[in-house]
Ligand binder design. Sequence first.
Ligand SMILES: Cc1ncc(COP(=O)(O)O)c(C=O)c1O
Length: 386
Amino acid sequence: MELSYILNELGEDREMYFNAVAPPILQTSNFACKTVDEMRRMLRNEAEASLYTRGNNPTVTMLEKKVAALEGAEHAIAFGSGIAAVSAAVLSQVNAGDHVVCVQKPYGWTNTLMNRFLPRFGVEVTMVDGTDPQNYRHAIRPNTKLLYMESPNSFTFELQDIAAVTALAREHGCSTILDNSFASPLYQNPIQFGVDLVVHSCTKYIGGHSDAMGGMICGSRERINRIFEREYMTLGAILAPHDAWLLLRGLRTLPVRMERVAASARTVVAWLEQQPQVERILFPFLPSHPQYELAKRQMRNNTGQFTIALKTDDIQQVERFCDSLQHFLMAASWGGHESLIYPAAAYYGGGEQQGRPPFNLVRFYIGLEDPDYLIKDIEQALAAIS
Ligand SMILES: Cc1ncc(COP(=O)(O)O)c(C=O)c1O
């Protein structure tokens, strides 16, 4: 299916709503049936029916169809946040007594789900260094049901060899889930490498304007409908129609935003490579990166995120650098129009530090601004610590 068709036409029945170019926000909780028989048919097949917005709402369905098509999936189901999608996907694959193998250093709340939440319900989890698929192999036990990936994973952006991990899963009868939020559905399609369920935080690139939250699970119709019948309808973490509409609007410009962000990030990284205050740049699309070949094989392009290690063992220097930036907002998340930094130093100085990235790491997200404008800003912030 062509990208332009997916973004502009797929799922849009304009004749149903006066040929309006932009779809309506169906701000309703309920849909009425005309007869008992109609209601009976809806109840028998609620996964495919518009009966109640906690199940289906046409504005949300439009978004689901488009993201499923972008991922090359049969079907998709939307949630109110990325972590709701991650949690529902994981819960859908395990029962008490099962075991999960998960990539180490995933997104923070995924880590909490794996290590604090699942054990309460009798599910054991082993975290592995995902850069070598053999680590997944060695962690597999007879009761392993799920291999979980986030490629590239959070903050330090290590990749997992997706095809190798899904081959292992097939060999051992396990399912696979991959959090694809980093790459967006444009730059990586894990289903093509055999992944069963792909999850997204739509809050990031899909929305793209830092004004809406959402999540998505993509997979086969059978798996998605099972999630609908169980986790989706009982946990109720649905996407509101208005947020679905904002995410649909974001999707229209996804390709141009991604191109701009990718090119600007490469420009900024190339400049940073020349700076003596920068010890290392964690960016899988640098030819010097140990996983560069794998990145090119699995991903179509780089995105806007990378992390730098500042050449200092003084946390105050790191803080001075971050505090000196004028045009980068200091914030969580990424994927919007605005450039961001997220300093690992914020984890230090109280609270739990175990497993946290070293304090000299600063994660960057390059947004839609002019890259020279951003470089000038970094230059003056580096000067402040020279
Ligand atoms: C890789 C990754 N997955 C999932 C999430 C969760 O998404 P949300 O914030 O939409 O719940 C995030 C959020 O930062 C993330 O970085």
